[in-house]
Design a protein around this ligand. Sequence first.
Ligand code: AMP
Length: 401
Amino acid sequence: MPKKSVADLDPRGKAVLVRVDFNVPQDDSGAITDDRRIKMALPTIRSILDRGGKAILMSHLGRPAGKGLEPAFSLAPVAKRLGELLGKPVLLASDTGGADSQAKAKALPAGGVLVLENVRFNKGEKKGDDATYVAGLASLADAYVNDAFGTCHRTEASMHAVPMALKALGKPAVSGFLVEKEIQYLSDAIARPKRPFVAILGGKKVSDKIAVIQNLLSICDHVLIGGAMAYTFSLAQGGRTGKSLVEPDKLDLAKELLAHGNGKLVLPVDTHCADDFSSGANKKIVRAGEIPDGFEGLDIGPETAQKYAGIIRSAGTVVWNGPMGVFEMPPFDAGTKAVADAVADATVKGAITIIGGGDSAAAVEQLGYADKVSHVSTGGGASLEMLEGKAFATVAVLDDK
Ligand code: AMP
């Protein structure tokens, strides 16, 4: 069911409580090293301010203990950066829905911006059911917006109980522009894929992606496997994997997926391996399943890269989660690069191409392909859960169109 978005809201003179994902990376001094997550929320925030609304923003940052304010996890640097990006003052409340938030929210003029302190300073946030905490937040606002896609798979209080409380008071709860766009891309791809529908799955472990592989095998035309997870499949087929990263306790599961894959599951035919986890190691290209003792697979081989690129270039829809090798360490970025290049070509030819968040997003950013695909998701865990076919309670709670 499509959900109302911030565009359907009339924010004039209203206090709008927006759950954003300002969980930005910081260096040891607390300086923000990547402000993309703040920038992503700007369209929603500006839309509220430009139409005469007041924006009250809440987010988590890192993993504080939930026992009150911890300076290392304060949103103060985020509020400062947001002020610079918006070109206007941004206030910071020292609590999350408590006395300081109440006073500052009350005094906020139309067009004003208030950032509440880290929601995870409150133990009620993770538990999701602390009535006083939830009521405190809900009392600040006339409307609620969820623009925190990266947190949509977590039913923490600010994501679920708070919009429920506002709705119980007869107030609107809608999605922000980022959440709307993410859900549209990922759910359309799964529900109405242009075929052939090709999934590319890589990364470290099969165990992290079992549910995704199962779901995608039932809807995709081809599921291409790369990364270290390929070696567990290889081991399950009786191959030699040397000292590669494998999950011996997942062999039965790998066998089951191979049997269930009925020709859709595509595995590497060759492997770039090395005798040490370093760029300068002795390297070899070997057939898949023939990794010598003392060597570990660190990337798909060139023949696999070419084979995968061919399948990808003729796709109508591509979803990609997980790198093909250790892309952070050249030359083991070659497989990921070849796949990224093919995904970019498929995009030019009219395919819808979607990169899951987390490491795959980092890989396409690092390799310079982020603006050559249809969509790079901002949520690692959240996009993975969508690819598993799960629905989010945090989105279901929002008002239907
Ligand atoms: P994931 O978080 O499961 O998507 O895994 C991403 C990580 O997997 C990246 O940091 C890659 O360096 C790593 N990776 C990919 N292929 C391999 C491999 N063959 N051996 C070890 N690590 C790998």
